[in-house]
Design a protein around this ligand. Structure first.
Ligand code: SF4
Length: 60
């Protein structure tokens, strides 16, 4: 087993500085895309991430 630390990841916000979106490893344009196979496909995690954002209460 190995670990990976991406140089493009903003660790405070979990934002990808390369793609200017939330970090979802393996998504299109990611340095890992096409190099590794993920247990849950990136597309599925992107959908789940977008869905969970909608559920968050808005700050007032
Ligand atoms: S989406 Fe990929 S390139 Fe961007 S921070 Fe995450 S692992 Fe790195």
């Amino acid at each position: 087993m190995s670990s990976f630390s991406c140089p493009h990841l903003n660790t405070e916000t979990t934002y990808c500085n390369k793609l200017n979106v939330d970090c979802i490893p393996g998504r299109k344009g990611c340095v890992l895309a096409g190099k590794y196979q993920f247990a849950v496909p990136a597309e599925e995690r992107i959908k789940k991430n977008e869905f969970s954002k909608k559920d968050k209460p808005k700050k007032r």
